[in-house]
Ligand binder design. Structure first.
Ligand SMILES: [Zn+2]
Length: 308
């Protein structure tokens, strides 16, 4: 699933390519992806003639702030919310229909990668470009909100702080863990605690900080908290810089792969050697999700045992 670095990479790519473009039409063969308004026809009508004014990210959500055409300028501001969920990713390019299928106009383009072929929603822009959602499992969601309502929605208000924002100091990081119990991996993946961290970057950050994924978050020392704080910022920053992880479905808006894979130390590496000590990487389940770690570098304190 795209996490903070992948979503940010998508936002950065869209900002370069489609800012100030206007929606002229939208197509879908899986209208259920559009959750708000429920009627696809209504969605189509409302998105038409809306200009893309700003594209940003909050947690794993992509937000496209819109501005109505001048004639409609009295209309309230709308925002498009896109959550790529499990296998969704947004692409920018040009496609045409051939044998009832959408094919990239340039057949040699990276948009031909099989992972980019599950097109279920296409937005047509006034400059001839298109924004397409490729989503193998069709879990992604697209919603059209009144901007004010989105910003004040329960969903948004319950989100934890953004880990890469300057205002997210070590003191703030410590505060989000105050009175928290449970396993550290689960805690850092909770969007109400910190926004944007999923399975890949949680495993990678814990390895970098040398903390066992099952360690009780209430028992982390000041030193461990500091290491974790730094590790989270380090892996996420590197993830953004390298354009995200494309081990699975994720692709950048131009259809190419992100380069974080060269930095992947533990995620889906069970049985392989730890880059730091040579011990074999293990995989366990933490709250129904796989956790990957080095049993040597990330040992659970004997005193703490398994009582967590
Ligand atoms: Zn190790």
């Amino acid at each position: 699933m795209p996490e903070l670095p992948e979503v940010q990479t998508t936002v950065n790519g869209l900002n370069k390519k489609v800012l100030n473009c206007t929606f002229v039409d939208v197509w879908s063969d899986w209208e259920k992806i559009i959750k708000k308004p429920v009627s696809f026809e209504q969605f189509k009508k409302e998105i038409k003639n809306q200009k893309i004014k700003k594209i940003w990210r909050r947690a794993k959500n992509i937000i496209v702030d819109l501005q109505a055409a001048p004639a409609l300028s009295a209309v309230e501001g709308y925002s498009l919310l896109i959550h790529q969920k499990m296998t969704g990713h947004l692409l920018v390019g040009k496609w045409k229909v051939e044998s009832k299928k959408w094919i990239p106009e340039d057949k040699k383009s990276p948009l031909n990668d099989p992972y980019n072929r599950f097109l279920h929603v296409i937005f047509f822009l006034d400059n001839g470009q298109m924004i397409a959602l490729s989503d193998a499992r069709k879990f992604a969601k697209i919603e059209l909100w009144k901007t004010e309502e989105l910003l004040n929605s329960k969903e948004f208000k319950n989100l934890g702080p953004e880990p890469l924002e300057k205002s997210f100091t070590f003191n703030k990081f410590k505060k989000v863990f105050e009175n928290k119990k449970g396993r550290v991996k689960q805690a850092i993946m909770d969007p109400a605690v910190i926004a944007g961290i999923g399975n890949i970057y949680a495993s990678e950050a814990l390895w970098a900080a040398k903390i066992h994924p099952e360690k009780n978050v209430a028992k982390l020392s000041e030193k461990e908290l500091k290491s974790l704080y730094q590790a989270i910022q380090k892996v996420l920053t590197l993830g953004v810089k390298l354009g995200g992880e494309s081990f699975s479905d994720y692709r950048k808006p131009d259809g190419t792969k992100g380069d974080f894979d060269s930095e992947r130390r533990v995620y889906k590496r069970e049985g392989q050697k730890c880059a730091r000590c040579g011990e074999k990487i293990k995989r366990i389940k933490v709250a129904q999700r796989s956790a990957f770690f080095c049993p040597h570098c990330q040992s659970l304190d004997v005193a703490q045992g398994k009582k967590i």
